[in-house]
Ligand binder design. Sequence first.
Ligand code: NAP
Length: 333
Amino acid sequence: MKAFILDRYGSNDGLRLAEVPAPELRPNDVLVEVHAAGVNPLDSKIRDGEFKLILPYRLPLILGNDVAGVVVAVGPNVRAFKPGDEVYARPDKDRIGTFAELIAIDEADVTLKPKNLTMEEAASVPLVGLTAWQALVERAEVKKGQKVLIHAGSGGVGTMAIQLTKHLGAEVATTTSSTNIDLVKRLGADTVVDYKKDRFEDVLHGYDVVLNSLGNDTLEKSLRVLAPGGKLISISGPPDAEFAKANGSSWLLQLIMRFLSARISRKARRHGVTYSFLFMRASGEQLSKITALIEAGTIHPVIDRVFPFDATNEALAYIETGRSKGKVVVKLK
Ligand SMILES: NC(=O)c1ccc[n+]([C@@H]2O[C@H](COP(=O)([O-])OP(=O)(O)OC[C@H]3O[C@@H](n4cnc5c(N)ncnc54)[C@H](OP(=O)(O)O)[C@@H]3O)[C@@H](O)[C@H]2O)c1
């Protein structure tokens, strides 16, 4: 099968399109013919070696963390799927590789594709949808009437997080630039801060939750908008010791991550709020709850561009500009 391979971390050559053997099917796996694959900043970061400590992959590696496609074979223990099923998934972090014609995924990480989405739309959902779900439903336990600030509302995570937060009945503020104000308002944002004109930390106060996906400066300023007892959740770092433990990292890495997050955790305590880092995980069960919201018309993915499979390196370069609105996808079928 054809696949985009990473031979060496940090190489300027990009990913290499190669002919490789089809993946082996484990007893609990479904083999998915990839019709479309979502592109994420995580792909670029893995390619550049930024995740070497957290995700120690063996190279060569097929990149790609999001898929929509059709089941073509199932392992002997698989009960929930059969050949011909249209599915989508974020494969387990240790078994990525959706920039390929086929991928084997544990059935626990897969769910049926929303009937009202194209393959390209479906492929854009899993990683960002699960991130928003795990941050807002699981970690923050957002309740009706609460106030939530979502940074970078026009990005892949932001577009999902705004819609999910509105569904949970909370009030949403978001940061974006002027070109994307209409987009985030259409998605449901109640308050929009144009980060090129205003300082969000001066205009927003009394928030229960902040979802941060930006840099350290934004992270620290976000403390000022939280009410006492509020929750600052960051998906862009710094990682903390709890994450290291859950990730099965060594005691040394746990120590390093405690050190990396010590400053923001200390500042959070001083503000009477909590800091935590979230690294999303695969879950077919949670994705099926997102499917229900998509089929009910509550959440709809926002697609910026669809690239042909051969242009996967160009798709990665496009998201690296940091300007994409919603999601970028590569199409195979
Ligand atoms: N830990 C996890 O599990 C996890 C999961 C998913 C993503 N992430 C991380 O979260 C980050 C965001 O991911 P993503 O997929 O949402 O990225 P993305 O789609 O590439 O984000 C692009 C968007 O960010 C906006 N943006 C850039 N700078 C901004 C600023 N200073 N203020 C407000 N908006 C800004 C841009 O809008 P403008 O053009 O208007 O600036 C653009 O629409 C990445 O670092 C990613 O690696 C982590």
